[in-house]
Write a protein that binds this ligand. Structure first.
Ligand code: ADP
Ligand code: MG
Ligand code: MG
Length: 251
């Protein structure tokens, strides 16, 4: 059982406060949908959890099983079991997917993974995302279409087996078939590892596939409403105005 606990989190970007006292707890096996109008701090939250140095935590705590992660650099957070599937995955020219993943996996192990076992795992991940087998030998995201980049994030998730996985609009730019493939692969990986998930998404259909156990709305740097999957349906039907009126915040 793993628990990621965020308490009274304040985060600034370029001197501007974006998160203003946010509380959230995620445990193994849970799937949390994180919704909210654009520009309210969803990506900022995930970047701060992962340790992106552009995002300054000015107050509050983030712990993983009681251990302070704010003092850890990104690579240590990744080794501790955190994974971020990014909204805009970067291209890493000159590094193949297979080299990238092999060193990431080996960084988590005492003894390096055997080549045969690695290849088998990589082939499994590539085929569950229905990507072409030459993926292993291509540079990370180099010249990939938007959809390929998103699938590649889930190839990484599948292979790295995180205890807490955060997916930032991983469904944007995917067509209906790709949406299903990505959702199925996310569910499969999550079930295998019993990971806790934070899913940022605007699409009710994607969230329907992923069956969130919890749902939250983030407005103006705070979580202003939490509930179960019925909250996703409500947002899909009614948008965010009702909640802005109810709690008196403006997106
Ligand atoms: P969301 O993911 O909810 O759409 P973001 O967290 O991306 O929102 O953005 C929240 C606010 O922080 C916005 O006003 C955005 O312009 C600002 N912001 C986020 N990241 C950066 C950055 N790297 N540099 C400058 N401003 C940023
Ligand atoms: Mg956004
Ligand atoms: Mg965002």
């Amino acid at each position: 059982m793993v628990e990621l606990a965020i308490h009274d989190l304040h985060v600034s970007v370029e001197e501007k406060e974006i998160l203003k006292g946010l509380d959230l707890t995620i445990q193994s096996g849970e799937r949390h949908a994180l919704m909210g109008p654009n520009g309210n701090g969803k990506s900022t939250l995930l970047a701060a959890i992962m340790g992106n140095p552009k995002y300054t935590v000015t107050q509050g705590t983030i712990t993983l099983d009681g251990k302070d992660i704010l003092s850890m650099p990104v690579d240590q957070r990744s080794k501790a079991g955190l994974f971020l599937g990014m909204q805009y995955p970067p291209e890493i020219s000159g590094v193949t997917n297979s080299d990238f993943l092999r060193s990431a996996i080996n960084a988590r192990r005492e003894k390096p993974i055997g080549l045969f076992q690695f290849i088998k795992q990589m082939e499994g991940a590539i085929s569950s995302l229905q990507m072409k087998s030459d993926l292993a030998h291509r540079f990370v995201n180099d010249g990939f279409s938007g959809g390929e980049k998103k699938r590649n994030e889930i190839v990484q998730m599948t292979m790295l087996k995180p205890s807490i996985a955060m997916l930032d609009e991983i469904d944007s730019g995917l067509d209906v078939d790709a949406l299903r493939i990505v959702a199925d692969a996310v569910m499969k990986s999550q079930e295998e590892c019993d990971s806790g998930l934070i899913i940022v998404s605007h699409y009710a259909r994607f969230l329907e596939y992923l069956k969130p156990t919890h749902a939250h709305i983030l407005i103006d740097g705070q979580i202003v409403a939490s509930g179960d999957a019925t909250l996703v349906e409500k947002v899909d039907k009614e948008g965010y105005e009702w909640i802005e009126e109810e709690v008196g915040v403006q997106a």
